[in-house]
Design a protein around this ligand. Sequence first.
Ligand code: PAF
Length: 279
Amino acid sequence: MEVFNSPQQFLRHFSGKSYSIGMVPTMGALHEGHLSLIEKALIENDKVLVTIFVNPTQFDNNIDLKNYPNKLEEDIYKISQFGKNISVFIPNENDIYGDKIISKQYDLGNLDRVMEGKIRKGHFQGVATVLEYFFKTFLPSKAYFGEKDYQQLLIVNHLSKSLNISTKIIGCPIVRTTDGLAMSSRNILLNSEERRIAPKVYEGLKLAKKLASTEKYKKVKIEVRNFFKNLSLIRLEYFTATDPFTLVEFNPNEKIKYGRGFIAASLGKIRLIDNINMS
Ligand code: PAF
């Protein structure tokens, strides 16, 4: 395993070699979800590049940025366990942004106008800015993203097409703990009571899926809201069911066919998001 701190170091190391590179972009605090992306990338490519960069422009709030878990030493150890075909890129803000830490502005095809995009203003412009930099600097053959951030996955697909980037975007299934909670770096910020109740997010999604087989969307929505109303500590921010490609919400009187269901909920200061294939 090599660790690179500057893009020049990486490019020098790989110059003149025609390896296929699989990229796994992360913000660190690696969990089993990340490790599953790395495993897949190692199978499908000659070399894997994991990036660890807590990207400031995708945070809409400074406290969230400050509290974002930093586990660099553990992360490097975990990555080193994958052997020799793997490198880590740990840039600093200057490498990516120069002296102006601001996002570029992209047309993300309205995919950024709903759900997380509505709540976390500018979030996806920040994600797009850093990913455009990674894609254009390292020219990976494939890049791996978890379906837990399903909206992000669709946006990255849209971005790579609109910028004519040849990197193939690979979506990978959500990895869950045994009690159903979707793996996320933020989970370690939950206190023990919050952690105990956190799997209710996935239970809410499973309830929605079950109801959707017989009920119209409006009834599903009411029942999911009621499910969360009866729980303490956890607050439902939204439940929505949409077309899985356009993220256009179903009509209240429709039955959900071939849809994706999404939940965002807050537990104390921590927001959790999760989603499910409703068909
Ligand atoms: O999903 C993430 O961890 C981040 O949004 C990403 C893709 C690494 C961009 O900073």
